[in-house]
Design a protein around this ligand. Sequence first.
Ligand code: SF4
Ligand code: SF4
Ligand code: SF4
Length: 307
Amino acid sequence: MPVKVLEEWFNACSGCEISILNMGDALVEMLSELEFVHIPVLMDHKYYGQTGEGSQVEIPEADIAIVSGGIRNEEHKELLEEIRKKCKTLIALGSCATNGGIPALANMWTKDEALKNIYSTITTDSASPPDRVPAWLDRVFAVDEIVKVDIYIPGCPPHPKNIADALTAVLKGESWSLPERSVCDTCPTIREKKASSGTIKRSLENADFDPEKPIDQMRCLMEQGFICLGPVTRAGCRGDSDAPRCIKARIGCRGCFGPIRKGARPMVDMMGAWSSIGLNAQAVPDRRALLNRFIGAHNNLRPLPKR
Ligand code: SF4
Ligand code: SF4
Ligand code: SF4
């Protein structure tokens, strides 16, 4: 009997669903074992009956639920709680679901401030969304702040290989998680434990590298003065490649895989990493947003107290 899978997107952009499709051959091989019973990004589904006649949300039972996106409004929360009741294994897919992702940058403001900022810039009619739109929660939540999560697949977007490995494990009745290592642990660049210059460079500048030479002959980007969050970011984006995804493109890690472990303090640790090689952490602009860019849930980003 096929394994029933449901997939739902909340405060999401659909990049996570594209990563599912990007599993390619691995997905095709798995399809004979899977039956997608709910996946609104691909198949229409009415939550309250075909004509909206129902009063309770309808989610089919499934063995595995995959959810992307953070929890921004009351509808997301209601759907997520129902999905948790209907599935055996819940997979949080992508940075938004695991750590809030980019949309959780809004957690730097109160709900009212964020609504005002957004609506006053996109409409002249009203400074708030219409009543028929589901109400916002006070902030953006990661999925595990609302319900129990069994498997975390971080990344913006998540790596298709990790999705394939996680699903394969679940199909075998096994658990799956990324190892608690940093992006630096999987990066082949040359490190000399000191910065080549004391200044922080803008990412618009080109890194110093020879395109004819392999990546293991390039100096570490952080030591070149670029902002690279590799020291405080969980490894897993390298896949079968010879370097982490952004480093391979010769740009610094932005931190999309989130903290190396639960309870880590990437902001403090990154300031320490800069200082340890002679870079002035105070010179990094907008550090609070930059170092929490993908992890604004779990109270990592909060409105600053009024002065
Ligand atoms: S994690 Fe990235 S790709 Fe996935 S929904 Fe969020 S923004 Fe989109
Ligand atoms: S700081 Fe960046 S470039 Fe340097 S080793 Fe770590 S991941 Fe690689
Ligand atoms: S290098 Fe960093 S930002 Fe780039 S994909 Fe990997 S974890 Fe994400």
